[in-house]
Design a protein around this ligand. Sequence first.
Ligand code: GLN
Length: 456
Amino acid sequence: GTFLNRLRNTEPQLKSFLYVSDVVLKEAEEIDRKIAENEELGPLAGVLVGVKDNICTSDMPSTAGSKILENYRPPFDATAVGKMKKCGAIVIGKTNMDEFGMGSTTEGSGYQVTANPWDLSRVPGGSSGGSAAAVSARQCMVSLGSDTGGSVRQPASFCGVVGLKPTYGRVSRYGLVAYASSLDVIGCFGSSVTDAAILLHAISGHDKFDATSSKKEVPDFASQFIARNHLDSKPLKGLRVGLIRETIEGGVDPDVISSIRGAASHLEELGCTVTEVSLPSFSLGLPAYYILASSESSSNLSRYDGIRYGKQVFADELNSLYGESRAGGLGSEVKMRILMGTYALSAGYYDAYYKRAQQVRTLVRESFRAALDENDILISPAAPSAAYKIGEKKNDPLSMYAGDIMTVNVNLAGLPALVLPCGFVDSSSVALPVGVQMISAAFEEEKLLKVGHIFE
Ligand code: GLN
């Protein structure tokens, strides 16, 4: 009831949801009945979850923020959603996002602009801005997002919540609307590391419907937290932390840098040794990411042809039917990505762009491997600034893309990363949250979450 009331009161200003369920109370009553009758309850019993609108839900629309999928209701639940429901979670609604995940502000939604709960004139980040804002404003307890190039971590930083991008393959992508399939992963938002850990545990694991999902064992991520000895003043003794030098240099807001340095000192107090490390290929990640993500999306989005899904504009000739349905249903950012991707993949330019971007991807992966041989975790900001004003970068896509510099490399390497609040940027009227990003080797979420839990 409390959450639903708050949702009703804050939603007119925040606009984080594209759809709100009308059966939440009924589902909650069902949990109450189970409690009364001593029936077994799942680990997420009664937990109210917001689900990003590019994750399929059988009983609600799933538009991925696009007009081309307006009114589309998938006939199935994404594997991650099904797993949550089995654990007793209640899906409270579908959250706003940049169309198909393409964007960093949620202004790219085909439907509405979401506000940042800390300052309503600012963006919540993106593309999972609705999911981040909803948890930040306590409209729901936890939420699911997706992270192709930072879409869980950057909005977590902008909204002052915990954001977790799992290892590529940890969570099934079945039912996640594809953006760039070699980079996409479903991630978690929570107001604490424990929340994120419990949610990750519920949604992880191999799935026969996603051939890239991993068969690796899924640890009970949060169970280790309880065992922590609070009298131990150096609980992270011996942990080697590498602060990525290229992420605290020029172009980054000085308040962000001092927040990250503050987080490094806090880790030292907890017993870690912190040293600066260099990732020489760091700055190459951004252009490589945008070439690869656009290329993959140009192929993935070819399925929206006006026939298989959603909106159809009638025409007397097939090619015009395709053309007009896509022209009317897809937004300008999406069209630009399709054009960029098609260009990079075309015969005359393939070697110069797509192939070189793949080579950079290998370099990025290698440089992370070297840095993670020497260190248990790496840290950096999650974004070069705090949340900026709505409209500020709307007509300047390159400066919006540049804001993804801190996160895209992690996707290119497929690694897990956790973002947690660590400081503030002083803007004129209000202090805006800043998040620190912690990165580990693949499938080491357990370590990451443990460090995060002790850190917070
Ligand atoms: N902002 C990045 C992009 O537009 C990342 C988006 C994401 O992770 N979905 O591609």
